[in-house]
Write a protein that binds this ligand. Structure first.
Ligand SMILES: *Cc1c(COP(=O)(O)O)cnc(C)c1O
Ligand code: SF4
Length: 518
């Protein structure tokens, strides 16, 4: 018989560690017998694993060793050898039962709380769909909307809720809140599409969709000085903002289908909708044409999908015609606030541009509640026609500032064909939404809690916006030593010593083909 591998000798040493004398009681032996019978003749790994797993628990729980349970060591060694022969990757009993299964048990315990709490703490719009549907029927009646109105973008906009009287008929608001909305909307716009309003379910004081869309008195009462908007010192040309050499944004409109209470662009959004003239776009395009290092253009707003199809088609066509522009992005919340906008005419325009040069859609979804069967279908349709659909969430107090809520958001949007891209720490520039800010460290804990626990491509990068996007991730590197880096696994806290090339080895140019001589 071959010598046991390290994992199996360690595992066997544990199994045979005696803690008491005598033989195990007949009941324990009898319980084990069917497993022994199966493992003896097994030509699959399962019965052998089951027997060793049972031996492991009988040892851990009751202290019995295999010989006290009537099993001989040579027989168990034979089973272990058979297991290794059967397994395609020659995994041993020690590796599988002694190591891998306890690691998986520990991993499972890290998500147990999430799995228990997410349906209650952060239900998705898909999970809430029955209640949302009922709410939609109610709102349709109140606003006198037909089925056709509800299902079209124009119908949603025509019936958009922009004043407090209409809002109060649709959403159950405390009297004091009604007064405050009246006060705030003298200065700032409020607009909810009936669809977005239907995601607000009655009876929840700080419903996360309500908080994002209906202003409170804090918006005008918060103390603090507003810092001039980014454009004031980052706009080298009309409609353009630029931080980086190769990416610029065109703020193509100041309109949105829904106005967010945490809007970073609140100063551009202003108090009323404005249409921009062709010469403004022409000047922006001239700037991009003249600056040949620009390769990626982000069309934003406001919300880029508020632009009529003819305008979008023209703008994308102009960008595609500029040789050094290699790719484009459209910034929009419309797939979650008014998914009815995503129709076949729009999709054809996006696909045509994407066929010329990659087009990505960058959206903003802050809660799983915003993913309904309808918005999911819109994202699915988009994802078939453009290069990527990516999400930029804003970390907001009471809205998505817990592990459970943010994990649920990232998993839900990923299942809706959207890739988590950024989480922004809410801007410090505006007192208007200071009450929604979350400390940087809270966001770090949330984002780093995702590593090892949800799919890697569902983990966004955490960013502060301060004249450009600055990464906020806490490093997992604890120390640099000669030839080693000490790191920490975010999901277990376990420290790992990771071999690193020394400076001397790395500087050595006598490698590869250079070693063959001149
Ligand atoms: C966000 C933003 C970009 C894009 O940044 P990425 O990190 O490439 O997503 C570019 N320009 C401006 C002005 C921006 O605000
Ligand atoms: S969609 Fe964007 S630009 Fe429009 S209000 Fe919301 S955050 Fe502001």
């Amino acid at each position: 018989m071959n010598a046991l591998d390290t994992f199996t000798s360690e595992f066997f040493a544990t199994l045979w560690t005696r803690t008491q004398d005598g033989d195990a009681p007949e009941t324990d032996r009898a319980a084990l017998q069917p497993l022994v019978d199966e493992a003896r003749s097994a030509d699959r790994t399962g019965p052998i694993v089951a027997l060793f797993a049972a031996l492991e628990s009988l040892h851990a729980d009751k202290g019995w060793t295999p010989d006290q349970l009537g099993l001989s060591r040579p027989e168990l060694e034979e089973m272990a050898a058979r297991h290794e022969r059967i397994d395609e990757h020659r995994v041993t009993v020690g590796g599988r039962v002694g190591r891998a299964r306890p690691i998986v048990r520990a991993a499972r315990s890290r998500v147990a709380e999430y799995l228990e709490r997410h349906p209650v703490e952060a239900p998705s719009g898909i999970e809430m769909w029955d209640a949302i549907r009922e709410n939609q029927e109610r709102i349709k009646k109140i606003l006198g909307m037909t089925e056709a109105d509800w299902n079209s973008f124009s119908g949603q906009l025509r019936h958009a809720i922009e004043d407090v009287e209409t809002l109060a008929r649709v959403v159950d608001l405390p009297a004091k809140a009604v007064e405050d909305v009246l006060r705030v909307t003298k200065t700032y716009r409020m607009r909810l599409t009936p669809y977005y309003a239907s995601l607000i379910l009655p009876g929840r004081v700080n419903d996360p969709v309500l908080l994002q869309s209906v202003p409170t008195g804090e918006m005008v009462d918060n103390a603090g000085v507003e810092i001039p908007p980014v454009a004031a010192d980052h706009s080298p040309a009309r409609l353009i903002d630029q931080f980086y050499p190769r990416v610029v944004t065109i703020k193509a409109t100041n309109m949105c289908a829904m106005y967010c209470t945490h809007c970073l662009r609140i100063a551009h959004i202003g108090a009323k909708d404005r249409l921009y003239g062709r010469e403004a776009y022409a000047e922006a395009l001239d700037y991009i044409r003249a600056n040949t290092e620009i390769r990626d253009v982000l069309v934003t707003g406001g919300d880029s999908l508020v632009l009529p199809n003819s305008m979008l088609e023209w703008l994308l066509g102009e960008l595609d015609a500029i040789g050094h522009v290699r790719m484009k992005r459209l910034g929009t919340r419309i797939p979650v606030t008014t998914p009815q906008r995503i129709d076949s005419e729009l999709l054809d325009i996006l696909e045509a541009s994407n066929d010329r040069k990659p087009l990505r859609v960058v959206t903003q979804i802050n809660t799983a509640q915003e993913i309904t069967p309808v918005s999911r279908a819109a994202f699915q349709a988009l994802s078939k026609r453009v290069a990527a659909v990516m999400n930029q969430a804003v970390l907001l107090k009471g809205i998505n500032d817990t592990r459970v809520k943010m994990w649920k958001l990232c998993e839900t949007i990923q299942e809706a064909y959207v890739r988590p891209y950024y989480i922004f720490n809410c801007s410090y520039r505006n007192p208007q939404f200071r009450h929604l800010r979350v400390p940087v460290a809270v966001g770090q804990d949330i984002v780093e809690s995702m590593y090892g626990n949800i799919s890697g491509d569902a983990i966004p990068r955490y960013i502060a916006t301060a004249g450009g996007k600055i990464p906020l991730h806490r490093t997992n590197v604890l120390a640099h030593e000669e030839g080693f880096v000490r790191m920490r696994k975010p999901w277990s806290g376990e420290e790992v010593s990771y071999p690193d090339p020394t400076a001397g080895d790395y500087a050595d140019q006598d490698f590869g083909f250079a070693r063959y001589g001149k």
